[in-house]
Design a protein around this ligand. Structure first.
Ligand code: NAD
Ligand code: MG
Length: 298
């Protein structure tokens, strides 16, 4: 049998070290342009009906972690709506094809989440296309390293907060009237929420905000039967890292500081998002699931 996410293997050796030459991509970057291809589970993720008949909306689903989650959700039996930037159409098309190959509906929703009308509108579009919504994954993110606070512009600070925090607020608020008991919201935080890097001041601050937002909202929505949880990834090989997320000269060592000694792959995140979306996690809310190569967290 081909290897899948259930295969017994040594996690330190599961993936070869990413031997990336320093690479820089303009804009938000594309999976299709990564010099070392990322594993989004295309060849390995095996669904077992854990999200049969569910209807999901995932932001940033064109690439990286969001793409891996979209592929896994479709293989588990969910229809999937994808939000992404128009410039990422090429990546989005590939994910749409994989969702459809899994026998599920895909809905492509290109647009800019810093625009509140778009961030709210994707909910209505998903509901009209699928006849409902019961899984919302707020995963889109902006990360641009800046070494000196004096050089961190108001524009960047604003865009990082709009993309990572405001959009989550706008989309979640628009989704609430549609979410029946049993529905789940999953937000993407980061190890940066607890161990902020000196050159990611704005980004790390948004990631701590996402944890607090989620823990507060989880309590508010629990009586309604809606659960809110968080996945906090460590260093994961995605376009975000090559598009200004990290200085290019540190990329060859990316992830080697983790106890497991390597960067993670998007495919390794997907099972966490499946668990938090499915009824298996029915007594889990307000939780942050760290998928970070073994780095200690509070
Ligand atoms: P990625 O670049 O593949 O995904 C991020 C996506 O965000 C983009 O594909 C894009 O579609 C979307 N996005 C960004 N700005 C947008 C905007 N204005 N409007 C609409 N969409 C927009 O990278 P990724 O690493 O898979 O990132 C997914 C999430 O994981 C992000 O929230 C990121 O902060 C988080 N994260 C990543 C890492 C890592 O090491 N890669 C670590 C911790 C947390
Ligand atoms: Mg992308």
């Amino acid at each position: 049998m081909a290897a899948d996410q259930y295969t017994f293997e040594d996690p330190t050796k599961k993936y070869a070290d990413i031997d990336t030459t320093a690479q820089y991509q303009e804009g938000s970057g594309l999976d299709s342009q990564l010099e070392e291809t990322a594993d989004r589970g295309e060849k390995s993720y095996r669904g077992t009906g854990r999200l049969q008949g569910r209807k999901a909306l995932i932001t940033g689903a064109d690439s990286g972690i969001g793409a891996a989650v979209a592929i896994a959700y479709a293989r588990e039996g969910a229809d999937v709506a994808l939000s992404y930037l128009p410039e990422e159409e090429e990546d989005a098309k590939a994910v749409v094809a994989l969702i459809e190959e899994a026998g599920q509906k895909a809905l492509a929703l290109p647009g800019d989440l810093t625009d509140s009308a778009y961030a709210k509108g994707i909910v209505e579009k998903t509901v009209s296309a699928f006849g409902g919504l019961d899984i919302l994954v707020n995963n889109a993110g902006k990360q641009q390293h800046v070494e000196d606070l004096a050089e961190l512009t108001d524009e960047q600070f604003d865009e990082t907060f709009k993309t990572n925090v405001y959009a989550m607020f706008w989309t979640t608020k628009a989704a609430l009237p549609h979410l029946a008991p049993g529905s789940t919201i999953i937000n993407t935080s980061s190890i940066q929420a607890y161990s902020p890097s000196e050159n990611l001041v704005d980004y790390a601050t948004t990631k701590a905000s996402i944890n607090a937002f989620s823990k507060a909202l989880a309590q508010q929505l629990a009586p309604k039967g809606i659960r809110v949880n968080v996945v906090a990834p460590g260093p994961i090989w995605t376009p975000l890292q090559t598009a200004g997320g990290q200085p290019t000269d540190v990329l060859p060592e990316f992830g080697e500081q983790t106890p497991l000694g390597r960067a993670g792959q998007p495919a390794e995140l997907a099972p966490a998002y499946v668990f938090l979306a499915s009824g298996e996690s029915s007594y889990v809310s307000g939780e942050t699931l760290n998928v970070n190569g073994g780095m200690p967290t509070p």
